[in-house]
Design a protein around this ligand. Structure first.
Ligand SMILES: Nc1nc2c(ncn2[C@@H]2O[C@H](COP(=O)(O)OP(=O)(O)OP(=O)(O)O)[C@@H](O)[C@H]2O)c(=O)[nH]1
Ligand SMILES: [Mg+2]
Length: 219
C-alpha cells in the first residue's frame, strides 16, 4: 500500500475550503485570496484599496503571516474588521485556519473579504481557502522572469497586479517578456499595472472590484 500524505492533506483542505465557500456564499460575501512573494505590496495594496473603496464597499480582512500581528495592526487603523492568523512557520494559509478566522468576523456586515496569504509564490497556489478568486501580485523589483519560473499561481489567478511600477526606470524589468510569458501561461488573466505607493493605476483595480462585488446580495 502506498500512502500519499500530501494528497490526503490537499483532499482534506479542499473539503474545508468547500465549507468556507458555502458559508461565504450563504452570507453574500465575495472573497479574494491575495498571493505574492514577501514584500511585493499586499498590505499596502489593501490599505490603499480600503481608503479608495471603503466608503462604497464594506470590506473585511484576514491577515496571514508566519509571525506577528503587524499587518493586522496596519489594517485595523483604517477601521475595518480584521483578524490576524499566524501560521507559526507554515508557508501558506489553509482552509481550516480561515474557517477559524471566519468565526470571529462580523460576516453579516462584510461584502468583500480579502485574505492576505503568507508571502510565498509557491505553496499558497495549492491550497484553496474557499475564495471566489485569486489575485497574484508581482512587484517590479522581483523581475519579469517570475511568471515563467513560478507558473502555477499565475495560471490559477484571475487578476495579476504588477505593483511598484514607480520603480520601472530603476530596474531591468522587461515588460514585453512579462506579457509574453503571461500570454502563454494564462491568456485570460486581467493585469493591472500600478504603484500602491503613489496611487498610479489604482482606479482600474477599484472599478474591477466594484464590478466584482456588485452582484452580491449586499450590494
Ligand atoms: N516603491 C514602491 N514601494 C512599495 C509599493 N507598494 C509597496 N511598497 C513598499 O514595499 C514594502 C513592502 O510592502 P508590504 O505592503 O508590507 O508588502 P507585503 O506583500 O504585504 O509583505 P508581507 O506581508 O511581509 O509578505 C513596504 O516598504 C512598502 O512601502 C509601490 O508601489 N512602490
Ligand atoms: Mg503584508
Amino acid at each position: 500500500m502506498q500512502i500519499n500524505i500530501f494528497a490526503d492533506i490537499l483532499k482534506a483542505n479542499t473539503e474545508s475550503a468547500r465549507e468556507n465557500r458555502r458559508l461565504l456564499a450563504g452570507k453574500g460575501l465575495t472573497a479574494l485570496n491575495l498571493i505574492s512573494s514577501p514584500g511585493a505590496g499586499k498590505t499596502t495594496l489593501l490599505e490603499e484599496t480600503i481608503k479608495r473603496a471603503g466608503a462604497d464597499i464594506s470590506i473585511g480582512v484576514i491577515e496571514g503571516d508566519v509571525q506577528t500581528a503587524r499587518d493586522a495592526e496596519r489594517i485595523g487603523k483604517l477601521g475595518v474588521p480584521v483578524i490576524q492568523l499566524n501560521t507559526q512557520g507554515a508557508c501558506h494559509l489553509d482552509a481550516a485556519m480561515v474557517a477559524e478566522a471566519l468565526k470571529e468576523l462580523p460576516l453579516e456586515k462584510i461584502q468583500l473579504l480579502f485574505i492576505e496569504n503568507v508571502g510565498n509564490l509557491i505553496c499558497p497556489a495549492a491550497f484553496e481557502l474557499g475564495e471566489d478568486g485569486k489575485i497574484v501580485i508581482l512587484s517590479v523589483p522581483e523581475g519579469s522572469d517570475k511568471v515563467a519560473k513560478y507558473p502555477a499561481i499565475f495560471e490559477k489567478a484571475e487578476v495579476c497586479i504588477l505593483n511598484k511600477i514607480d520603480l520601472l526606470e530603476y530596474t531591468d524589468f522587461n515588460r514585453e517578456k512579462f506579457y509574453q510569458d503571461m500570454n502563454k501561461i494564462n491568456p485570460e488573466i486581467t493585469v493591472f499595472e500600478m504603484s500602491a505607493s503613489t496611487g498610479e493605476g489604482m482606479e482600474s483595480w477599484i472599478c474591477w472590484l466594484k464590478r466584482k462585488t456588485q452582484d452580491s446580495p449586499k450590494a
